[in-house]
Design a protein around this ligand. Sequence first.
Ligand code: 5RP
Length: 237
Amino acid sequence: MQSKKEIEKYVASKYVVDNLIFDDLIVGVGTGTTVNIFIELLSEKVNTDDLSIVCVPSSIETKLLLTQKGLTVSDIIENSEVDIYVDGADIVTENYDLIKGGGGAMTMEKILASSAHEFIVIIDSEKYPKELLSHPVPVEIIPLAVNTVIKPLFELGGELKLRYGTGKIGPIISDNGNVLGDVVFREEYNPKNMEKAINNIPGIIENGLFPEKADKIVIGIDNSVNYIETERIRKNK
Ligand code: 5RP
């Protein structure tokens, strides 16, 4: 039997495939377990409806899955703009700011999100609403700068923890050949200012703060969805 979380990831993905995917779209595709479900449903729809969709992946893992599913894959060099970008998130705050990068792919994810006409986020109900402090901020660091970034991050209020996994000794290396870490903050911060401040540290390539970047958020809640158009809500505030 599927867990509540799996059902919610499925209904959020299905909502996007049924309502926001059309013929001839260039679709940026994120990374993670939620996106994997989206890819499965997307390939079914492309086959059933005989659609011409080009996918631009945000990671090697996503590229592999898209290819296995027979979808047409391109890259950000050939398609420097995508019509929509669909991705998951680690948490979403009540102001619709995101933290991403649980899968270590936030650099390409942010490039795709910023090159998309529309950034659509799919999550399960456990991830919204959450406080920023409930999740560390992933960072991608040039390998030789792993020690020099510690002090400036500390001055911003963060403690760097390099990310370790299994199957390799030493910190995890990103698709881009850099070191991945997570920065733990203990005091409230402004996500827009912090996103810039972290990226201003020499040696840091990118971080997982995505403030005010999502255009649409689809939250699976049991068997239904909460569909939020963030732009409209921000304008009416
Ligand atoms: C990968 C990401 C993912 O979108 C995020 O970690 C959520 O993943 P999942 O859908 O597996 O919960 O940012 O870098």
